[in-house]
Design a protein around this ligand. Structure first.
Ligand SMILES: Nc1ncnc2c1ncn2[C@@H]1O[C@H](COP(=O)(O)OP(=O)(O)O)[C@@H](O)[C@H]1O
Ligand SMILES: O=C(O)[C@H](O)[C@@H](O)[C@H](O)[C@H](O)COP(=O)(O)O
Length: 178
């Protein structure tokens, strides 16, 4: 949709706070919140629950689904790990203009959060693989870094402000204008 406001991917490793911050930010901004965890094929969830990290092939169909939703539901806030430059490039390809904000959290804090989080398929043992896979912004790639140990309310306000201040998204390649 030409001229529409872009979606924002709230990214980071497991337990960075994507879900709790994203949900609150979306409520403040008055836009939908989506969780990329809900878009994983069942096989991916089962693999992670068995303590096996996903690989590029596992993530490919999932990223396509996430990108499709980013565009269809724009503007929305999507909690999504988006760990590598290539994954983020794919999301931008499918949903041009998408904003990215990283919740940056020290390992010790992540470990603490994972130790107390209940009812989630993601085992704490996968934290190492997530931290290894996470790639910093590439050249020319814009990712807003947020210090993820701040309060949930403060982080949510910052994320909501990013969405409110965002310029309109460009048209997707191949989509007719007018
Ligand atoms: N900024 C924060 N301050 C305190 N606790 C937090 C913060 N962000 C997340 N948490 C807690 O850490 C845990 C993981 O958060 P969650 O949103 O599920 O992370 P993610 O979606 O990135 O895996 C939850 O128990 C959540 O309440
Ligand atoms: O790319 C991946 O390896 C997965 O997306 C992975 O990141 C997983 O889905 C979440 O990390 C688990 O859910 P939480 O991020 O909510 O812990």
């Amino acid at each position: 949709m030409p001229g529409s406001r872009p979606s924002l991917v709230l990214m980071g490793v497991s337990a960075a706070g994507k879900t709790v911050v994203g949900r609150q930010a979306a409520a403040a901004a008055g836009i939908p919140f989506l969780d990329a965890d809900d878009l994983h094929p069942r096989a991916n969830v089962e693999k992670m629950a068995r303590g096996i990290p996903l690989d590029d092939a596992d993530r490919a169909p999932w990223l396509d689904a996430v990108g499709g939703e980013l565009r269809a539901a724009a503007p929305c806030i999507m909690a999504c790990s988006a760990l590598t430059r290539r994954y983020r490039a794919r999301l931008r390809e499918l949903a041009p203009g998408t904003l990215f904000a990283l919740l940056d959290v020290p390992r010790a804090v992540l470990e603490q959060r994972l130790a107390t989080r209940r009812g989630h398929f993601m085992p704490a043992s996968l934290l190492d693989s997530q931290l290894t896979a996470l790639e910093p912004a590439g050249q020319g790639e814009r990712i807003v870094r947020l210090d993820g140990v701040q309060s949930i309310a403060s982080l949510a306000a910052q994320v909501a402000a990013l969405v409110a201040e965002a310029p309109d998204a460009p048209d997707a390649p191949g989509v007719p204008v007018g």
